[in-house]
Design a protein around this ligand. Structure first.
Ligand code: ATP
Length: 296
């Protein structure tokens, strides 16, 4: 089982002719509510990849539909807490050119207490895997707690913030970065080569496993002296939202099933290639059967 300590966001998406200006009231003719947040996207990706995942999260009791939706997708929701605080949510405007402007409110995602985290970790067994992203509070407490309990921590430090560099990353088992995240954390130019980024990763993080995704340029895996590269599939990308989350979820489900890192890279790459050809976040994450068809 992968325990995903992850954000739950509700995306309110409005199509608008242009982004609303200061002091203006703008009418939108098209409105959609969907599930989002990196945490939820990654839980859904693991479940759609036929992996076993339980989500540790917080969402307002007014949005209990979220737990039903996750559960029907195969995500464990026993530890999704219904809260009096508002849910994390994003107000997304999409203009006539397809550009977006996003207002994010973390809400319940930032309400984890030390007591709650201790209770979550207490139900794990040594060797269990805990997946985290950077959209919930308390990571500085959760990572050492998980490690001292013998859990394997897998961290996708997205979105990257300055607090990530103060976290005990060398205690993690596996880190997922995209190019901007790696460059920011390693204090290197964003145009650095993959080889330079990976070399610096090894210098700063030792033998921690690293997956570095580079969008349409493919993805790298590094562990000790082993380095693997997988090129991205050549497809017409129309919306890369959740490509990274799809990649993480499919990689981890393949790893859980005992596949080798090279096979995990291949499966994650195929799944992400399908995701970029569909609009939306959670709705663009493919089902395992679609990935199987693409790979055969
Ligand atoms: P996002 O934040 O958009 O969800 P990310 O920045 O975390 O994604 P990327 O490195 O952009 O992550 O993409 C993750 C993976 O998705 C890549 O390694 C690749 O396999 C796939 N991918 C992304 N963009 C494309 C593309 N244009 N064509 C094919 N595959 C792509």
């Amino acid at each position: 089982m992968i325990f995903n300590f992850g954000s739950i966001n509700i995306d309110y998406t409005y199509r608008v002719p242009y982004f609303v200006r200061p002091g203006e009231t703008l009418e939108s003719g098209d409105y959609n509510i969907g599930l989002g947040g990196k945490g939820v996207n990654q839980s859904l990706a693991i479940a759609r990849a036929k992996g076993r995942v339980s989500h540790w999260g917080r969402v307002s009791s007014l949005d209990a539909w979220v737990t039903s939706e996750l559960e029907s997708a195969g995500v464990g929701v026993k530890d999704v807490e219904l809260t009096p605080e508002p849910s994390g949510h994003a107000i997304i405007q999409i203009d006539a050119l397809g550009e977006n402007a996003i207002l994010l409110f973390s809400g319940a995602n930032h309400g984890f207490t030390q007591e709650k985290m201790t209770a979550l970790i207490a139900q794990t067994a040594p060797g269990d895997t805990i997946l985290i992203q950077n959209e919930c509070n308390g990571l500085d407490q959760l990572i050492p707690l998980a490690v001292s309990h013998g859990c394997k921590v897998i961290f996708n430090p997205a979105p990257m913030t300055s607090k990530v560099s103060s976290l005990p990353l060398d205690q993690c088992e596996l880190l997922f970065f995209n190019r901007t995240e790696a460059a920011a954390l390693l204090e290197m130019p964003v145009e650095s080569s993959a080889a330079d980024l990976l070399r610096r990763c090894k210098e700063s993080l030792g033998d921690v496993e690293v997956v570095l995704t580079l969008g349409s340029e493919g993805a790298w895996y590094q562990r000790s002296s082993e380095t693997l590269f997988q090129s991205a599939l050549k497809v017409k990308a129309i919306d890369t939202t959740a490509a990274g989350d799809t990649f993480v979820g499919y990689f981890l489900a393949a790893r859980q099933a005992g596949l080798k890192p090279s096979q995990c890279l291949q499966r994650a790459t195929a799944a992400a290639a399908l995701a970029v050809q569909k609009r939306g976040a959670a709705s663009s994450i493919p089902m395992a059967e679609e990935v199987d068809r693409l790979m055969c």
